[in-house]
Design a protein around this ligand. Sequence first.
Ligand code: GLN
Ligand code: ZN
Length: 785
Amino acid sequence: MTARTFPTGTILGYPRIGRRRELKRAVEAYWSGAIDDAEFEARTAELRAATRERLAALGLGRDDSSIPESFSTYDQVLDAALAVGAVPERFARLRDADGRVDPAGSFTIARGEGEDAPLEMTKWFDSNYHYLVPEIGPDTAFAAFPERLVALVAEAQAAGFRTRPVLVGPVTLLALAKPADGSPAGFRPLDRLADLVPVYAALLAALADAGADWVQLDEPALVSESLPDAPERLLEAAGEAYDALGAHDDRPALFVAAPYGPIGDALAVLAATPVDAIGIDLVRGAVPALLDPATEEALAAKTLVAGVIDGHNVWRGDLAAAFEHADALRSLSGSVAVATSTSLLHVPHDVADEPDLDPRLATWLAFADQKVAQVATLARGLTSGREAVASELDAAAAALADRAGAPGVRRLDVRRRTAELGDADFSRAGTADRLRAQADLDLPALPTTTIGSFPQTADLRRARALLGKGELSAAEYEAAMREEIERVIRLQERLGLDVLVHGEPERNDMVQYFAELLDGFAVTRNGWVQSYGSRCTRPSILWGDVARPEPMTVGWSTYAQSLTDRPVKGMLTGPVTILAWSFVRDDQPLGDTARQVALALRDEVADLEEAGIRIVQVDEPALRELLPLRLSDQPAYLEWSVGSFRLATGSARPATQVHTHLCYSEFGVVIDAIRDLDADVTSIEAARSRMEVVDDIAANGFDHGVGPGVYDIHSPRVPGEAELRALIERAASVIPADRLWINPDCGLKTRGYDETVASLEHLVAATRSVRAQLAAAAVVPALVD
Ligand code: GLN
Ligand code: ZN
């Protein structure tokens, strides 16, 4: 085994998507057949080469393992699963004679094929990145397939680099996996640790052989409290795994990183194993104050990698404090390095790519490239002393001070309003009063509606692009949108829907649309981050106090309402979702920021009411997503998140029907929170789980209106009328008909018109037939007695 020194500065990973989303383009072109394997390989190799050169130019070493080899064409968890041969049975046909899955095959596992569902996808710790969930059972045949990783090392070497391969560690891989279909009850993938560790040992040996001095194993599972396996069990597994991996003498030096949580007990556990370097997320928590003597002694012989540059936000931050935190670790070990707290996967590439950003705001920000430069600065400080980097630390402090005092960051008018809020501002009239006041909406039993958006056609996107380029005037754009709204209203009338929507043609995105109209936000041009696979989002930056200079949706909604006698829903995005899908200021509690957003929405609700809109929907698809991983953090979160929704909707008149929409079906987990939102009607996802959620709803005595989605909009499939009728009957068997709404699972923006129209026709027909059935059933007993 090697005893090489760890580089003084490094990052845990770098964005893979490319400065201009080159990876997205390459992957999608490959999927569509527009480019072949060789061209795809050439394009991704180019991207990796550009990344290495860029990182070297920003100050990481070319030959000291400081540049991570963290590329993935789709997902790093899938890569790790394939590197150990964990291929689900239904995809066994994708393996070649040696058991290997080629790149095309790995995309098939990621995306599914025909009847074979893809791996499930879920949130990567508390980020907005989504990984593919490996499936591991008692019989999964593990085997080492190091070729992909070895090829990256060789590719780097050929270009004159000595890089550090990055791989999801064995404990985290098992902890994130779900039991493969057919596993016996009580089986946990972690039960297979002893079988998996030798396979990791083989991967490590192959990497050492290829010339890797260091390998990084990511083990966030050791510091997360939210996984099905108990924390103690995970730590015990880590002890076993790293004792075993460390014992091999044909291995590279091992760097085990534990990002996304405070290191806690994982530090002592890793210290007791032969790993060479330990990565600590110091943004999430300090090193435990009290360490036992054995741990102290063990740590003194290891490199401690101080994750002090926040990989999870876009702020330049307090560089001097980061330096102090790293420097303080020197009391534990003579070998300390600085790093990002997590991979930089979660931030865009480069602030310098944002010519439209206010230049002053730009100085407060650090995207991936700026964070790499910060790491390089701190590394220099560790090597040469604080004095050597004093000017950089001072410049960061000056930017922070400038930010604190800049106009718009703290607005008296906004702060006075939030300071004056009282309990009454968070509550509406009682349910009975509201029901009475809303009776004149005159809705039938099982009212039908949709979630808000209608298909975003190529014409709509083109109109928006032309407006951006100045090739379409604001008036022409407005006329095009109005035409679309009229079309959508007429379509809904023809379909026979009861509560209509304007269709959201004017929205590029349900958060960015509002960010562009509110004070306190900035939007980026190239600030894309990977959400999953080839999907990216471009979060807005919430940098200052939030206020609404003028109404944001009233014009569109009232125009839509003017076209029809049926009620048209006003459509807003809720405060929690606006925060969840933006980069949010880090200088005050989220709850304070949420209240400001809520007040802006509250004013919008009032203006909609004033303009004659009777139903307002406030979407909160991210409510569940932002729920903290740690149980102990959940009550405080629910308090401010639910509170901000209630603040946004609390002034609505009793006669105004407030709807909300949540994008998931794990109703049970947050049922109390959903009830506390106190919306008159809540629509949720349900079709994919065959309406299982209605049992949760019934069991929990949810007594407001509810619309479990009957039409799965995540697929182009058109559900038949009989199928929909069965789903509606199932829902109506447990939820009283006067509270049950019939709607699709989510917005229709990603669907095409043909399938949308056909599906909605079936939805209305099925609803009418169940209504008739219910009416008959209500009459028959009366006739009998
Ligand atoms: N109103 C939005 C739409 O219909 C809701 C989208 C969402 O829940 N993600 O598109
Ligand atoms: Zn949704």
